[in-house]
Design a protein around this ligand. Structure first.
Ligand code: SAH
Ligand code: SF4
Length: 361
């Protein structure tokens, strides 16, 4: 008999599975605690359950982590895992440590259908969506590595934040993504607060409001250009959902969140493409027009083998940031992490390819 995998079931679904094998609802609560609060994967070690029950659970259910294919740690301690699921599909997950906290960057799809020109993941065609369980399990693998079980109750956690910024477009897989994030933020288990979760999207306009409605976590929009003409050149999705629609989606998000919840706009600094003072001014007009409470994250472009773009110079990035800040917008420059192991933003990819060196004849 095929065992039912428990990771990724909602609380209600877990209760239903427990009822199916004739056990009382409180057993589901105990299981939830073992799985998500203690990180236990072995039914035999669930010591507050009788021996018979442990055997029955093991007969019917499984609690599985994906296989770790490779694991790399960068000079700056950024940690990257290449993970493989039961069907052989692979994705990457990254942990980015700070001094007294850190973010786990999780993937939502194998590949990505959006195909942004500057993104390594986008050059890998979409294979499939990840299930809720596969999304949750990525965080659990990272926690296993740092031994952060049971879930710490104080605020000093190594793994304190989640950024949905790995491979894939989360709003192309919203059901599984929101289900997973609800599990990860549930207070009886892993308990990462919604304020410490950021979902980043390339701008699937009609779904942006869901980020507030379904979860209420932070929202980041990959904007990367101040007008449709430029944005469409680097992000084909802009032909489907132009900037106006994306910003209306942001207004919808903001209207449902408590005041002061700003949207973060990610802005990739590409040399001689979107990094001039005029671009910065156009960006400011755009924000004013839509009356958005916004902050910017200026991202240095992370090159990858075979890409067509180059990063802007430090001077240009600084000047760009100063224009936005003078207009009252926060605009820090993000520090690239884990570049030496291709773990930085936009560098993730789980399929090998032959990279042609364009300089060679
Ligand atoms: N698909 C979602 C989330 C994953 S991408 C999205 O696009 O928002 C996470 C972030 O990395 C996005 O802001 C994306 O635009 C950025 N990114 C992609 N390629 C990059 C690169 N080569 N260098 C730096 N950032 C990149
Ligand atoms: Fe997909 Fe995001 Fe990469 Fe664009 S930047 S191709 S949406 S993962």
């Amino acid at each position: 008999m095929q065992k039912t995998e428990l990771i990724g079931l909602s609380k209600q679904e877990l209760a239903d599975e427990v009822a199916k094998i004739g056990e009382k609802p409180f057993r589901a609560k105990q299981l939830w605690q073992w799985i998500y609060f203690r990180g236990e994967t072995d039914f035999e070690k669930m010591t507050n359950l009788s021996k018979d029950l442990r055997a029955k659970l093991a007969e019917n259910f499984s609690i599985t982590r994906p296989k770790i294919v490779t694991e790399q740690i960068s000079k700056d301690k950024t940690h990257k895992w290449l993970l493989e699921f039961a069907d052989g599909q692979r994705i990457e997950t990254v942990y980015i440590p700070e001094e007294d906290r850190g973010a786990v960057c999780i993937s939502t799809q194998v590949g990505c259908a959006v195909g942004c020109r500057f993104c390594h993941t986008g050059s890998q065609k979409i294979t499939r969506n990840l299930s809720a369980g596969e999304i949750v399990a990525q965080f659990m693998v990272a926690r296993d590595a740092y031994g952060e079980w049971p879930s710490p109750t104080n605020e000093t956690r190594y793994l304190s934040n989640i950024v949905v910024m790995g491979m894939g477009e989360p709003l192309h897989n919203p059901d599984n993504v929101f289900k997973a994030l609800k599990i990860l933020s549930d207070g009886d288990g892993i308990a990462i607060s919604k304020r410490k979760i950021t979902l980043s999207t390339s701008g699937i306009a009609p779904k942006i409001g869901l980020v507030a409605k379904e979860l209420g976590c932070k929202l980041a929009i990959s904007l990367h250009a101040p007008n449709n003409e430029k944005r469409s050149q680097i992000m084909p999705i802009n032909n489907r959902y132009p900037i106006e629609e994306v910003l209306k989606g942001c207004q919808e998000y903001q209207s449902q969140m408590s005041p002061g919840r700003y949207v973060t706009f990610e802005y990739l600094m590409l040399k001689d493409f979107n990094d001039s003072p005029e671009d910065a001014k156009e960006l400011i007009s755009l924000m004013k027009k839509y009356k958005l409470g916004a902050k910017f994250n200026l991202i240095p472009f992370n090159p990858w083998p075979g890409c067509d773009y180059q990063p802007s110079s430090n001077n240009k990035v600084r000047a760009f940031s100063e224009i936005l800040e003078a207009a009252g917008y926060e605009a820090p420059v993000r520090v690239a992490r884990g570049q030496d192991i291709l773990a930085a933003c936009g560098q993730l990819k789980s399929k090998k390819e032959v990279v042609l060196n364009k300089k060679e004849p």
